[in-house]
Design a protein around this ligand. Structure first.
Ligand code: GUN
Length: 298
């Protein structure tokens, strides 16, 4: 059973991003900047933002983080987003989700200029991805999953891929990328009948449901590749918690051919792809003659 190590793999892609930033600076450009919005006091969001900031620093991308209290008005957040839109060094804008309930997420996100969308959350960019256009950012976690499989030379063409979860951030865009890479794709969700049976047909099983250790060996065909997108925090007593995926790693590792661990699986790949999108946006924005060959493969 092979462990698909997201840390090792993300280091590889981050090194490529770093090389590309060096090429940008060699053209007398400023470093690309990722501007991040953290609103409210969600501890997980704060942790993800710190990880993204650190990854940017390590690859030469500048960051600017707007840490805003829940008292901030929607109009004030939008005004700050518009300032970032107008700043020619900012090539990535990222509003960490979920926002506190009082805000209208769609309305806030719609103010990000499409050319600076670091997440591929905007309809225009999702449309480009749908159509298979090359000059676009790609949803970070789905792109990270494709790159991880690519790194480990796991070809998806002709394979049966089952994705459990249909979110706009993971399940739906990943299905598009898998389809573009010639996989036969099944998307399952909470209303799918005989879920273990359907999942067990898959050569590649992706769990993206956000329920701790829900997927066990009864969902997995012997030898299948299992990609665990879940990041769940479960109480283990004494006020302590641990991080686990949507898969029961111990049970699945007895039957699977390969599996991503949690942590150090898909998570670091998502972060690497935020960097990728920020740098790719910069190259497109400034029309620089630099190839980024870690780009999406369609
Ligand atoms: N919240 C959970 N995942 C993500 C992500 O990929 N991007 C943003 N902006 N927020 C998230």
């Amino acid at each position: 059973m092979q462990i698909l190590d997201g840390k090792v793999c993300s280091d590889f892609y981050r090194a490529q991003v770093s090389e590309t930033v060096k090429k940008i600076i060699a053209l007398n450009e400023k470093p690309p900047r990722l501007s991040v919005f953290l609103v409210g006091d969600n501890q997980s969001s704060a942790m993800y933002i710190r990880m993204k900031e650190k990854a940017c620093r390590e690859t030469g991308i500048e960051t600017r983080t707007h840490v805003l209290s829940e008292e901030t008005s929607e109009a004030d957040i939008i005004e700050l987003i518009k300032k970032e839109n107008a700043d020619s060094q900012t090539s990535g804008i990222l509003v960490q989700l979920p926002l506190p309930k009082k805000y209208n997420e769609t309305r806030i996100l719609s103010n990000i200029e499409a050319a600076k969308d670091a997440d591929c959350f905007l309809p225009e960019n999702i449309g480009h991805m749908f159509l298979g256009n090359k000059e676009t950012v790609i949803s970070c976690t789905p792109l990270g999953v494709m790159k991880l499989l690519n790194y480990y030379k796991i070809d998806v063409a002709g394979k049966d891929v089952c994705i459990i979860g249909r979110s706009n951030i993971v399940g739906k865009p990943l299905a598009l990328l898998m389809l573009a890479a010639n996989a036969t794709v099944t998307i399952c969700h909470s209303k799918t009948k005989n879920l273990p049976e359907v999942a067990k047909r898959a050569d590649i099983l992706v769990a993206a449901i956000g329920r701790a250790r829900m997927i066990d060996e009864t969902y997995v065909k012997p030898g299948a590749v299992v990609v665990d997108v879940g990041i769940n925090h479960v109480e283990v007593g004494n006020g302590k918690s641990e991080t686990c995926g949507d898969c029961d790693f111990e049970k699945i590792s007895k039957v699977a051919g390969a599996i991503t661990p949690v942590p150090k699986g898909v998570g670091p790949m998502t972060i690497a792809m935020v960097l990728y999108n920020t740098v790719y946006n910069y190259i497109l924005m400034k029309k620089l003659d630099i190839k980024m060959d870690i780009g999406p493969k369609f």
